[in-house]
Design a protein around this ligand. Sequence first.
Ligand SMILES: Nc1nc2c(ncn2[C@@H]2O[C@H](COP(=O)(O)OP(=O)(O)OP(=O)(O)O)[C@@H](O)[C@H]2O)c(=O)[nH]1
Ligand SMILES: [Mg+2]
Length: 292
Amino acid sequence: MKSGFVSIVGRTNAGKSTLVNALCGEKIAIVSNKPQTTRFRIMGVLNDSECQIVFTDTPGLHKPQTRLGDFMIAQANESLVDTDLVLLVIEPVDNVGAAEEKIAKSMNKLKIPAILVVNKIDTIKKEKLFSIIDKYKDIYEFDAVFPISAKNGDGVPLLLEEIKKYLHEGPQYFPDDMVTDLPLKQRIAETVREKMLYVLDKEVPHGIAIEVAIREENEKIIKLDATIYCEKESHKGIIIGKGGKLLKKIGSEARTDIENIVGKQVYLELWVKVKEGWRDNNFLLKNFGFSE
Ligand SMILES: Nc1nc2c(ncn2[C@@H]2O[C@H](COP(=O)(O)OP(=O)(O)OP(=O)(O)O)[C@@H](O)[C@H]2O)c(=O)[nH]1
Ligand SMILES: [Mg+2]
């Protein structure tokens, strides 16, 4: 049996979570068009007849403005330690950004096997690839370069075959039926947050934290309470929407996804509360699970 750990890093919005989901063939991590979607490390497990690959999705690299941001960056950096392979996921642009330079510096200290993954190739002309790859060869000695589209799957099977070359003879780290290390309540909270990222703008979605409680559960149904914490009274009004319309939309979209995860009927009740400045409050951050 071969197994190994693969960390996926890169700037925010590069498509890391989309790639983890594509590689695992299952929705593990939430995805959105807004930056800073992923807030902590999430493992996605891929099993096949000959190997087990444990992918780690990480928060995107950005200039942190809050203590939550500091935590997110630390989560990404720590994923470089004790991993068998790093995938550096980049946008298809031919200049190396500060985020990529910084992560390459850390990678150079650790000398980890790494693949450069040029994502979103569905958005560029093929000829442009050469100058992109050329710029990146100076920041790290990559073992391989793969152009892909995580969104439509182009190049993903080839990348997966390459990844398998970096695995070692080793144990099966997770049981066959485990697709992620994320506890169910957190996976549900993330699902609700994903729906909110799509319908909310500006600072509002970034100031949201969600806590899920299971009120009742049997073989057929699960009854859930999700408390949405936001940073301001005015944000609460926006989230609820006129006559509760927006909150209803969020709830019904999340419920469909949660039903797919738990495989039973879901009753989901949403509550909105204000916790001012939680993203800079160590005590509240810890309460929401954003601490080591
Ligand atoms: N056109 C195109 N869009 C993509 C591709 N991969 C991802 N996206 C889009 O890019 C946006 C960001 O995707 P995510 O997977 O959330 O990006 P991320 O790197 O995990 O972002 P953070 O968690 O914020 O660091 C979403 O709107 C995706 O649909 C791709 O191959 N092509
Ligand atoms: Mg992400």
